[in-house]
Design a protein around this ligand. Sequence first.
Ligand code: ACO
Length: 311
Amino acid sequence: MGTKILGVGAYLPSKVLTNYDLEKMVETSDEWITERTGIKERRIAENETVVEMALKAAEKAIEQAQIDKEEIELIILATLSPQLGFPATACLVQEALGLENNAMAFDISAACSGFLYGLDIADAYLKSQKKKTALVIGAEKLSSIIDWSDRSTCVLFGDGAGAAVVRYEPEDPSDVLSSKLYTKGKEWKILYRDLCGYLKMEGRKVFKEAVNGMTKSSLEAIKEAGLTPEDIDLVIPHQANFRIIKALAEKLNIPLEKVYVNVNRYGNTSAASIPIAMYEAIEEGKLQRGMNVLLTAMGGGLTWGSMVLRF
Ligand code: ACO
């Protein structure tokens, strides 16, 4: 009996902002950005709101799940760039989806770990049988909270959304084998945003915390799933920086060929990055049913953690 991931969707805005475009905006270079981060370009939501991006990703996930949208009883939306102070962006997405069933809907603020936190909460709701079908969304319009004159942050981030439909199936084994999620509030100052301000980050400190936290929680989640790193068929890490991803793969002793990477095309889309990567990996045939999949992320809070799926 367990939680099944029935469908995954994603949406990326069409406007591409390349490193060469950024060279014209701040004192930086394609060479510096590529070498330090692996990012070549990112998407910018010029004409889309965060709700519109979330809606498009959700619609795709619902279509892939082949369910009636009115079956959704729980909407969890992870974002650090919400549409309004309140209500939750999840409420606006419920309206945009045209749901008439008063499905419980709320946002969570766990920065780049938000999708994993959301999936874990949904899994707990479903396994306790309080709800049967949930929609988990990660959606970000980070371009609206970035200081475009600060070269140390503006080169890193992008916009986009991803979503998954999950359902409790009493007869089927769970897709979620394990989860290990953590928070370290005492380090919040290395990555935060004031109300109405810009995102601020101490990059070097976040880098170290990311590699350590993602590695440790990955090993814990793999062990809790009754597996070893060799059993993992695909790693889908939060896409913040290729150097972080590479260091993680080395520490886990998992070859890079088994790690999904799209940070070069989208930069860091925070809570949206894992569901976007899952969607693309499915489309490319790299993520297939029956695989052991490791999801891992680190973000402001600090929040971090890992989950193992038998997809
Ligand atoms: N272009 C050119 N030079 C730059 C740029 C830029 N865009 N940004 C910074 N520099 C300069 C700095 O001013 C510094 O110059 P100095 O030596 O003269 O002082 C030099 O480059 C080195 O800067 P560092 O910050 O030390 O560079 P580092 O190698 O640490 O790379 C980076 C910076 C890419 C930000 C890295 O630290 C990183 O990726 N950190 C992790 C970020 C992350 O993972 N965030 C995830 C969570 S995000 C979330 O939750 C929302």
